[in-house]
Every structure is written in structure tokens, then in C-alpha cells.
Design a protein around this ligand. Structure first.
Ligand SMILES: NC(=O)c1ccc[n+]([C@@H]2O[C@H](COP(=O)([O-])OP(=O)(O)OC[C@H]3O[C@@H](n4cnc5c(N)ncnc54)[C@H](O)[C@@H]3O)[C@@H](O)[C@H]2O)c1
Ligand SMILES: [Zn+2]
Length: 796
């Protein structure tokens, strides 16, 4: 990868993380799960570590939190408020944790200190950080973390939090104390708040963290006062020298003696032993759902303050501590039904409808089962008790069935069965028809995901199919973008591809209307009529695509640009392509059996054939070239059967042939004896293949009136010796579109490749040709200018 593309990738991640940060810290409304956020964050960290010279100084990995909201006075932190580095321990299906990242942390600490220290382990509270400043024992100021340097002054609100003392409980207070801790809402208070919100018609909070953040940052302290917030201190940032303590544990004791809440000691541990520490973490993961407050991990800190100081800090986090995050939380509930959802690309996802259950801070009613294989593997059935997981999450999932709780015996005939429940306890099978459009649901060998084969016929997939159809590398309809297509589908104005070409100005102006309600569009300067006219002009200009682009635009599964080109190159006409039998397709280069089956399946559907007819009827005329079609050339030769192997024999077919004692080399190189062909034909399946090939040939007859005509046409056709079979590389700026020159070369039987090698016959160099030209010269490959190649093509 080039620096440029890595930089682009990094910038995209930065952009994404900045959006997530804003949603999470400033708006209290995250759109993705913490797990997803953490993944993007780590990806960026990795790229930055591998390419330090590309690192942006503004990277989110170098900063803490979000901006302070301007409606509060800002507070500059005398000691920056940092974040923590994370460690994750993936769990396997047997519930065994992999603590490699924790061991790596311990290793880093050991090499920093020269020995293994004692650690202090405490909960990682899932709330938001708060700084409290006491002067002479009196609470003077409370501030949020903000971006770590500057936070929001929330003193008035914090004074309403009952567990935070306004005066330290000591006759001998320090002159200055700054204590750091977490503000949070207990689960019971969160539920009560959401009930109240519901009763008063207010918006429900997504989880206790959001509720705590939203409640603390109220402009009206009276609102905060009603919200039952809590606080736990977890460190001292400033304190008079005389009060200094030797360890983190002693600091917490001191704060507790002054009346400041500290982490409950039954959730804490002091230990030198990483194995013991990890065991404690695993116990806490089990205890977690029963705690009165949410925690999202454990924090492991080097206990001795002097050792903490030796280890110090990296940009945004201390080296002496780590947040050991928990895997996503799980909870049991009942499966009421299993439905399927159809995605935008046709993917079929089974979804469990659940008795509502609280997990990861919210109530879950649906959970994904991913795909049919997963349902089978987990054996999830309607009526089962299942464990549901949510990673603070957007999409909850079913983790496993609690088999002990399966309420009835699996054996039919057991006493507990009533006819109604018996039906329920069958193994789950995916429906065979799409619930949206009624098309077949198909699954390819080796694929996990089943799909609705409806394509454009399926409302769920229509927008996606149209976006592909109109895209730059397909029909290239200028002016018709994603937003317009989505509106066309939403307003139910387009059902099939041909409908695009039936649009008129009044219809398109309806879209414009929808568009203008939204202030974020760019096409606002144009008048509605001009805008609609542009789209119609774009559609009109797209009516004579190259055949390959047209085939590609149909969105046949597995038919990318390359395969579409092969089809156009070998068959030359749409009429042939839409009737080609699968075995013959599978003989072509780059087309294997899966792709051939997919093409066959597509054209076998009456709906798709109708779509094609309708497209032709509205005036779409793909640029065909039957005379140049390579297959036609093969068919034109007298003994066409012997040429089939020239096209290609797949490895699988070769195997089958060698099993029948026919040498593949013989098939490939020499004209095959009649005896060998007879032998091959003996086999029934080969007879079927031959029958289909013959049917196809019959079709060629009707296409060109007779095979003799076809032969004659091809025989008359001067083969462009200069181009056929040769490999070209195009580079630099040409006056004709590069794709166009490529299409001409390919139509004349040439190959166009992206890189120069010894096998390259010609490099066609335009203006400002760079490294490819240099390489051609170094390798002694012939170099042509544009004029020369046009002359060779007969277009000069
Ligand atoms: N979903 C999203 O869109 C989104 C966006 C931004 C951040 N996040 C979440 O927030 C995390 C990053 O936030 P962060 O920078 O606040 O880091 P963090 O929450 O991973 O860790 C640092 C914070 O932990 C808190 N904390 C709780 N208990 C503690 C203890 N005992 N000792 C010390 N600190 C303790 C402190 O507030 C501290 O600031 C991400 O990993 C992600 O999980 C999610
Ligand atoms: Zn469908």
C-alpha cells in the first residue's frame, strides 16, 4: 500500500472517531457500540504505530474525551485528566479467557520497574469522570473531564449530589485537595427515572451512563437534584505534602475517612500475582449483573505511588494502570418467535423475537441469529430460553440456548407435549421464500448466508440494485445519485430498471420537493426543472452502453466487471448471453461453476427476462459485436467440438476426463480422435452437456440465419493479427477515454493488463506516462503512441 492510501485510511478513521466522540461525549447519544468504537480506535493506533511519519497531531489517539460544552463556564485542569489504556480478554465458546493482553501489560510494568510490583484492582465504573476541589475542607469546584485540559464547571449541579460531602469530615483539613472519581447512576435509580420519563412523555435514556452524563450536565441544578446521582473517588490529583500516602490503597482509605465515597472494598483486591488478579477479574465478570451499578471492566493500578511516578504517562494515559474491559454482558430470556429480515443486498438474517430483557443497560426485544448455520449450530428453537448479549450495543445477539431450561422433552410423544407446543419444538428451518417479495431464497455451497434471489423484484433490495445499475462503472447515469434513487424507491416510483427510463419531469420534481426539505443537499442552486432535465439527459445518454457494462449493471451475483467483459467478449450479443446454458458458460476463462450457476439462475427467472425485454423496449441498446465474438470464431471452424478445449477445461472437468482415461493434454493440444470423443460421449452427463451445447448452436443459427452464414461471416472477417492474442498496457493520458481504447482492443481480441512485464507485447503511452513507460523501456517492450494504436485498430 502506498503512503497515500494509508494516510487516507487513517484520515477516514480519524473522521469516524471524531464523530463517535462527539456523539458520545457531547451529545450523550452514541450511534455505535463501545466494542465497535474500540475496534476502530485500535485500528488507528495500529496504523499509527506502523507508520509514525503519517501520524496526525490531531489524532483522537492523542487526545482525551470530547469538547467542553459552551453553555457551562470552563475550568482549566491544573493536573490534566487522562484516560486509561485498555486490555481485552477474548473468551472462547467454553468460557475460557485469553489474558494475553494483561500479561503483556504486566511485562511492560516489569521492564519499567525491574520487578513485579503489587497491584491494586478496583471496578471500572461506567459513568463519567469528575474532578472535585476542596480548599480548607470546603467543596469549592467540581468539573467534568472535557478534553482533559479544559472541562465544564458543574459545581452547582454537583452540590446537589447527596453522597458528595460539601465539607470534609476532619477537624484538620488539607489546604487543597483535588480528588478524581466517577459520577454514575445506580441501576434501580435508572429504571425509576426511565419509568418517570415514560409517564411524563419524556425520552427514555439508553443506559445508566447516558442518564448520568445527561443529568450532570443540566443547566438547571434543580433537575440534577432529582436524578439521584452517585460518586466514587478513585484517585488524588493534588494534596498537601503532609498528607501524602505511600500507596493507592492508603489514599482511598484517607479519602474514605474524610467522608468521600470510595470503591466498595469487596470489589477490590491487592495482589502481586497476575494469575490471581485475572481470576478476580473473572469472578467480578460473574458478579457484575448483581452489582447495583454498571461496571465495564476492572482497573489494575500499580499500588505504590513512588512506582507510579517512575512509570509515568504516555500521551493520553498512565503507564502504571490499565482498564481490563469485560466482554459484553449476557442475560437469559425466552424466544417467542424467529423471523427473517432481508438486507439491502438480499442477505437473509434470522432474528429472534424475545421476551423483553435488560442487558448491557437497556431492554432488548430482538436479537440477531446471524444466519441459518448459526441457528442450527446453536439449535435455537421457538420457546427456548437463551442467553442474549449486548456489548453496550447496537445489535444484540443470541449467544446460546440454556438447554436445562428447554421446558419439554425433545422426543415427540413425551407426556408434556400438547399438540400446540409440539409444533413449536421443531428444529428451526429458514423459509424457502422471501417474506418481502416471495422470490426463492437460495444458498450457495460453502456460503453461510442465504439470499433472496429477487434482486430488483424485492423491495428490500431495490434501492441497492438501482444504485449499482446507475453507478459510474455500470450504466453511468449522470445526475442520478444515491439520494434520488432512495427517494424513487421510497415513493414507490420505480419497480424495475426500465422504470428509470419512463421517468418524466413532473415525477422527478416530486423528488426535488423531498430533497429541498433537507438542507444538506448540494443541488439547490439549480431550478427544479433544470435539475430534473439533467437527470433525464443523464438517463438518455446512458442508453447505448458497452455490452459488458450493461451485463455488469444488471447486478447478477458474482458477475463483476471482469466476468461481464468475458461474457461480452465471447458471446458478443445480449441475446446469446441471456440463453447460454450453464455448462458452456463454465468453459469460459474466469468463469467457474459457481459463477456459471449464478448466471444461469438469474436468466432462468421469468422476472429477470421480463426486465430485460422491458429495458430493450424503452430503448436500451447495448453495443454488441457478434462478428468479433471469440466464441463465434471458434464455432465457425469446421470441427468445433475439438476447439472446445481451447476455450478452457476447468480443473474439475479435467479430473473427470482423466478419470475416464482421456489425456487432458491431448484434448488441449492435438485434435481429438473420434474414438476419444465417442468415449466421452458415452457418459450420460456428457451427453447432457453436448445436448445443451447443440441447443446453443441451434440458437446461433437463428441468430445469424444459419451456421454456414455465421461461418462465412467469420471467415470474411479479417482477423486483426496485430492485435489478436497480444497483451497491451495503457498508461498516461490518452485523448480517447482509456476504457474506450481498452474496449476496442479487447473487441479485436487483444488483452489489456494493468502492469508491465516481459509478457507485455505493447505499452501504449499517452501524455505524462510515468513508471510504466520507464519499465517498458527497461524491459525492451515495444512502446506505441495513441495514434499508432488507433491505426492498428483501423481507427487512425
Ligand atoms: N460508543 C461510542 O460511540 C463511544 C465513543 C467514545 C468513547 N466510547 C467509549 O469510551 C471509551 C473511551 O473513553 P475514555 O477515554 O473515557 O476511556 P475509558 O472509559 O476507557 O477509561 C478512562 C476513564 O475510566 C473512568 N474510570 C472508571 N473507573 C475508574 C477507576 N477505578 N480508575 C480510573 N478511572 C476510572 C474514568 O472516568 C476515566 O476517565 C471507549 O473505549 C469506548 O468504550 C464509546
Ligand atoms: Zn425478496
Amino acid at each position: 500500500m502506498t503512503d497515500e492510501s494509508i494516510q487516507q485510511q487513517m484520515d477516514e478513521l480519524i473522521h469516524l472517531l471524531e464523530r463517535y466522540n462527539r456523539e458520545y461525549y457531547e451529545l450523550d447519544e452514541p450511534s455505535v457500540s463501545d466494542a465497535e468504537y474500540d475496534q476502530a480506535f485500535r485500528h488507528l493506533q495500529q496504523l499509527e504505530a506502523q507508520h509514525p511519519h503519517l501520524m496526525r497531531p490531531v489524532s483522537p489517539t492523542q487526545r482525551v474525551g470530547g469538547k467542553a460544552l459552551s453553555q457551562f463556564d470552563s475550568v482549566v485542569h491544573q493536573v490534566p485528566m487522562l484516560s486509561l489504556n485498555n486490555a481485552f480478554s477474548p473468551v472462547n465458546v467454553d468460557g475460557v479467557y485469553d489474558h494475553a493482553e494483561m500479561l503483556a501489560f504486566a511485562e511492560r510494568v516489569r521492564s519499567g520497574l525491574g520487578h513485579d510490583p503489587e497491584y491494586f484492582i478496583e471496578p471500572k465504573f461506567d459513568g463519567l469522570a469528575l474532578s472535585l476541589v476542596y480548599e480548607n475542607g470546603v467543596l469549592l469546584q467540581a468539573a467534568t473531564r472535557g478534553d482533559g485540559t479544559e472541562g465544564e464547571n458543574v459545581t452547582n449541579n454537583v452540590k446537589t449530589i447527596r453522597c458528595i460531602p460539601l465539607h470534609l469530615n476532619t477537624p484538620n483539613p488539607p489546604a487543597r485537595l483535588e480528588v478524581r472519581g466517577e459520577v454514575l447512576m445506580f441501576k434501580a435509580d435508572f429504571d425509576a427515572l426511565n419509568e418517570r420519563q415514560a409517564a411524563e412523555g419524556g425520552k427514555a435514556f439508553a443506559n445508566p451512563r447516558n442518564a448520568a452524563a445527561g443529568s450532570l450536565r443540566q443547566l438547571d441544578a434543580k433537575v440534577t437534584a432529582k436524578r439521584s446521582l452517585r460518586f466514587f473517588a478513585y484517585s488524588i490529583a493534588q494534596l498537601d505534602e503532609t498528607y501524602a500516602q505511600a500507596t493507592h490503597g492508603l489514599e482511598l482509605d484517607l479519602l474514605a475517612s474524610w467522608g468521600i465515597p470510595t470503591p466498595p472494598r469487596d470489589c477490590c483486591l491487592q495482589s502481586h500475582d497476575m494469575a490471581e488478579i485475572n481470576r478476580f477479574y473473572e469472578q467480578m465478570a460473574i458478579k457484575r449483573p448483581e452489582l447495583p451499578f454498571d461496571i465495564d471492566g476492572m482497573v489494575i493500578k500499580v499500588n505504590a505511588i513512588a512506582e507510579q511516578n517512575i512509570l509515568g504517562f504516555v500521551s493520553r494515559a498512565p503507564r502504571f494502570a490499565i482498564a481490563h474491559k469485560f466482554p459484553a454482558e449476557e442475560a437469559p430470556t425466552l424466544v417467542e418467535a424467529i423471523d427473517v429480515q432481508i438486507g439491502r443486498t438480499g442477505a437473509v438474517t434470522p432474528v429472534a423475537r424475545l421476551v423483553p430483557v435488560r442487558v448491557g443497560g437497556v431492554t432488548v426485544t430482538n436479537a440477531t441469529l446471524h444466519n441459518e448455520g448459526e441457528v442450527q449450530r446453536k439449535d435455537v428453537r421457538v420457546g427456548d430460553t437463551v442467553m442474549v448479549r449486548r456489548a453496550g450495543d447496537v445489535i444484540p445477539e443470541v449467544v446460546r440456548v440454556v438447554f436445562d431450561k428447554r421446558p419439554v422433552n425433545e422426543n415427540p410423544g413425551a407426556d408434556l407435549f400438547t399438540p400446540a407446543t409440539e409444533a413449536k419444538y421443531e428444529r428451526y428451518l429458514l423459509p424457502t421464500l422471501c417474506p418481502v417479495c416471495g422470490s426463492d431464497i437460495v444458498k450457495e455451497d460453502g456460503e453461510a448466508v442465504a439470499r433472496c434471489s429477487g434482486g430488483m423484484a424485492c423491495q428490500a433490495q431495490r434501492a441497492q440494485a438501482l444504485i449499482h445499475f446507475a453507478s459510474r462503472t455500470a450504466m453511468d447515469v449522470e445526475g442520478l445519485g444515491t439520494r434520488q434513487i432512495e427517494q424513487l424507491v421510497d415513493l414507490d416510483l420505480v419497480h424495475e430498471f426500465a422504470d428509470l427510463y419512463r421517468l418524466d419531469i413532473p415525477t422527478l420534481q416530486r423528488l426535488k420537493q423531498v430533497d429541498e426539505d433537507d438542507t444538506s443537499t448540494s443541488s439547490k442552486r439549480e431550478t427544479p426543472t433544470k435539475w430534473a432535465e439533467n437527470i433525464l439527459a443523464g438517463l438518455d445518454a446512458s442508453k447505448t452502453p458497452l455490452l459488458a457494462r450493461f451485463i455488469y449493471a444488471l447486478g447478477i451475483r458474482h458477475v463483476g466487471e471482469r466476468t461481464a467483459k468475458t461474457l461480452a467478449q465471447y458471446f458478443g450479443s445480449l441475446d446469446l448471453i441471456r440463453r447460454v446454458p450453464a455448462p458452456l458458460l463454465a468453459c469460459l476463462p474466469d468463469i467457474g461453476e459457481v459463477v456459471a450457476a449464478s448466471i444461469d439462475q438469474y436468466f432462468a427467472q421469468a422476472y429477470q427476462q421480463q426486465q430485460l425485454d422491458d429495458l430493450l423496449a424503452v430503448g436500451i441498446a447495448p453495443q454488441e459485436n457478434l462478428a468479433h465474438a471469440q466464441l463465434a470464431q471458434v464455432l465457425a471452424s469446421q470441427n468445433w467440438l475439438t476447439h472446445l478445449p481451447d476455450i478452457r477445461i476447468s480443473a474439475k472437468k479435467a479430473e473427470a476426463l482423466s478419470a475416464e482415461a482421456i489425456s487432458v493434454e491431448a484434448l488441449m493440444t492435438e485434435p481429438v480422435s473420434d474414438a476419444a470423443w465417442l468415449l466421452w460421449r458415452e457418459q450420460e452427463r456428457h451427453q447432457q452437456l453436448l445436448a445443451r451445447i447443440q441447443a446453443f448452436l441451434a440458437l446461433c443459427h437463428t441468430q445469424t440465419s444459419s451456421q454456414t452464414d455465421l461461418q462465412a461471416a467469420v471467415a470474411d472477417m479479417p482477423v486483426n493479427e496485430a492485435i489478436a492474442g497480444k497483451t497491451f498496457v495503457l498508461t498516461g493520458t490518452l485523448s480517447n477515454k482509456r476504457e474506450e481504447v481498452q474496449a476496442w482492443l479487447e473487441a479485436a481480441g487483444g488483452k489489456v493488463s494493468g502492469s508491465v512485464s516481459k509478457k507485455t507485447d505493447y505499452v501504449v503511452a499517452g501524455e505524462a506516462a510515468g513508471s510504466k513507460l520507464a519499465k517498458a523501456e527497461a524491459l525492451g517492450v515495444a512502446v506505441l503512441n495513441e495514434q499508432q494504436i488507433l491505426e492498428m485498430l483501423g481507427k487512425g
